[in-house]
Design a protein around this ligand. Sequence first.
Ligand code: ZN
Length: 136
Amino acid sequence: MKTKQRKTYDSGMIRDFIDHLKWEVRTCHFENVSAPNALNPELIDQLAKYQRKRGCFGLLTGQLTREKPDADALAEWKARRAGEMQTYIDALELLEPLFQEAVFCAANRQFINIAHKADFSCCKRSECPRPWTQPA
Ligand SMILES: [Zn+2]
């Protein structure tokens, strides 16, 4: 009888979800600070990539009004939404090293123990074994 291996997280899917969410947030921010019908080809391409790969067409709610929206109310709503998205962009950037570390660990079944040098000087140079914080 075969031993069933316990399932771990699908790290590729998690990575795609986080990246997709980042592009959604950037797109939403762009749409709320730009003129109506303004297009950003990079944002369009990035969203299309995740739509193709994951068959997911959106991670944020849209705006829907049956009547022509009041111009002042719409401007206020867009400004609030843009502010929220900027907060999310900043937070996602702040958390990126954490996401990378967690996805790396999720992809490995064993407890991840990284051997740094005694003085941790490796972390400042490219020889550091941590694959997610290599210096540029
Ligand atoms: Zn190190």
